[in-house]
Design a protein around this ligand. Sequence first.
Ligand code: NAD
Ligand code: GLY
Length: 376
Amino acid sequence: MSETDLKKVNVSLPGSIDLNRSYDIHIGSGLLGSCASLISPLLKRPFVAIVTDENVAKTHLESLTQTLDGAGITHVTKIMPPGEASKSFTGLEALVHWLLDNKVERQDIVIALGGGVIGDLTGFAAATLRRGVRFTQIPTTLLAQVDSSVGGKTGINVPQGKNLVGAFHQPSLVLADLDVLQTLPDREFRAGYAEIVKYAAICDRPFFDWLEDNLDALNNRNNDALSFAIAKSCQTKADIVAQDEKEHGARALLNLGHTFAHAYENLTGYSDNLLHGEAVGLGIAQAVQLSDHLGICPEADAQALVKHLAKAGLPVSQADVKGGPFKATDLVNAMAQDKKVSQGVMTFILMKAIGEAFITNDVSATQLTAFLQNQG
Ligand code: NAD
Ligand code: GLY
């Protein structure tokens, strides 16, 4: 892929006279090796703090540090253990102490080089350090390139649930290098794919049809196919975030499948039994099946979406999950901890058809329990 194939998506946000909050997402091959020219204009002094995890450090850190060295940008690096456990108060404490020990200043840039765990943790540390420093996302998983690096949701997990402590803090720049996806384990790649299907299911039937036609190319990690799917996903997310940055309305659509997903993640103990993206795949399958069960969505659309998710290697029923099936009452209890619960009423994202998702508070606990009791 040549330089001319680089794609750029802008996230347009209201700023102030002294602060431009809009930022670009660059998508393309070779970005790690050429990113200094994009990072340099953000710097007040030639210094960055990099946060990554052990797996990404082994495979991609050197490309980044060489690029920075070549541009005369000095750097320090914090390498966190991989996995959700780092997205915790313990991980945050270690990171914040390290940033302060390295005298990271208010005007500096912190770089999150990694998947959603590193992005969410680093973003939250940046949001709170010295009451807010800027940060740049260099997402290295498919999930992070199409979702978690964009839109400014940052945070950590607590024993009561995932992402329950956090802040909205937008990055200053996002660099999605397609090449880094080549080292991603297949299971992680499939998990990230669920978030791509999510955008098609929410608002873009033609994109769903494109995904049907291009699933093999994507699975083979063809850069042209990846570039199109990642840019399309980022554009959809950017449009929704521009309308509703703090999730007072339309942004909740991005949680399609997540009420189910968070409950399954909770019941599987946030363990390797079910990755976040896998839980989202299962959650999308259940959201469309619930929509069909309630007579809102044509059965043909529900079947087509579930079939596509299954073909992509994602779990589509409880039987596909280690430790499943689960009791309907346990699932409903876990769902009650969802961030979208308001005055005790759960919010669901349902579908009138593929590409036509909507937000509703009209699913009763009885309807939900009856649906879940029917699920294998
Ligand atoms: P992750 O960050 O744990 O990465 C998955 C695994 O892949 C890790 O072991 C990591 O070390 C490894 N890895 C990362 N890049 C690699 C590469 N290029 N090659 C080889 N290995 C690599 O998981 P994730 O799926 O990226 O992110 C999940 C997290 O994202 C969850 O905590 C979820 O809550 C969060 N999330 C946040 C948002 C948001 O809007 N902020 C959206 C979706 C998900
Ligand atoms: N991942 C959902 C959101 O960013 O709103």
